[in-house]
Write a protein that binds this ligand. Sequence first.
Ligand SMILES: NC(=O)c1ccc[n+]([C@@H]2O[C@H](COP(=O)([O-])OP(=O)(O)OC[C@H]3O[C@@H](n4cnc5c(N)ncnc54)[C@H](OP(=O)(O)O)[C@@H]3O)[C@@H](O)[C@H]2O)c1
Length: 372
Amino acid sequence: MRVALTGATGFLGLRLVRQLLEQHDSLTVLAHAGSGCALGRITRFMELTGAPLALITELPRRLRVMETDLCRPGLGLPNAEFRRLADELDVIWHSAGNINLDDDLGSLRRTNVEGTRRVLELAAAGARRPLVHHIGTAFVGGARREGVIYEDELDDRYGFENSYEQSKYEAEVLVRDWSRLHGRPVVVMRPSVLVTDLPPHPELPEHPLQFLSRIVESSARSGGLAERDIPDEYRPVVRLAGHPHGHLNLMPVEHAAAVMVQLASRPPSGRADVYHVVHDHDVATTVLTALVERIAPVKVRLVEKRPDDPARLEAAADLYPGFTPYLSHRRRFDDTRVRNLLGPFSSGIRVDLDYLTTGISTRRTASATGAP
Ligand SMILES: NC(=O)c1ccc[n+]([C@@H]2O[C@H](COP(=O)([O-])OP(=O)(O)OC[C@H]3O[C@@H](n4cnc5c(N)ncnc54)[C@H](OP(=O)(O)O)[C@@H]3O)[C@@H](O)[C@H]2O)c1
């Protein structure tokens, strides 16, 4: 079976490669043209995450890298090469995308919507009618902050918290329409926010929550707050818009990739099969604010709406406005279809303050490491 994958060098894609190599002898990596050596980046990931030496040495044989660009017609491949590729594939995993919540809608659409259209064109052209596994996001649920979001639901009536959500919504609409129009099965995997407890490393892709440590460290510098171990009463208060009973679903990326690959091994229904790939416990917003307080000498106070008169530190703390609305979310993602297929959630990983701290902090904290 010939399997191709976009986004293989990404935070999620690297884990998908690792999982897929357990099932398939070889993979075609549709790498981002001009973005560095994909084979080298995947190899480095395997080395840094302790993959067996035998696997690492076999990578050049087992991974065929093709340079592609989602933003160019035909994925930037010459016509003949595009056709040849299409005709040999049985499965296409589409994980590439632009995950910058604050990018402008135009550039997010170019990668996330038009890029998905090109992947579907590849699938449509393929003589072997390859099955598409599209990596969507649970956040196509948009700006609906309460209630339960079901796997079958897809509507834009609540609007979106940011342009990223909108572009991913439009991409999923495209995928479902394509499936109906062509009478082809597609599998849509919708993860929640993906996280890890692997400490950041310059040779590994960043993940969504890592922005917290960057912002905190730069605002600490700009506010002259170099020292973290100062008593509570001397910490400046940072007001952030958020709900005191808010919660957010954070899914360990390794487990998400494992669940996705298990789901992909089930026979598709023939239509669009949509799955929420989520953790069974949400993380309280107050854990996220505790995380900020753990890595910066501030005291976070959740307030109803963004302050009109932000202090310098507060303005700096709100540098990723696309994310801030999530501090007000109290909704839950229903994953009944996944549980029906795979059984109860079984990662055994607790996503808590220590887990999150380890995954974002370049400076190891005493409580996260057990060090004195
Ligand atoms: N991370 C999350 O929390 C999260 C949550 C829900 C859903 N998702 C979805 O999961 C998927 C993967 O996310 P991720 O976290 O792995 O993102 P990521 O780390 O930013 O990786 C994005 C991948 O897409 C590739 N790419 C970007 N632009 C491209 C282009 N024009 N042509 C070809 N390839 C391109 C990148 O290649 P280079 O690195 O070489 O540029 C990289 O391999 C995305 O569809 C995202 O929407 C992610």
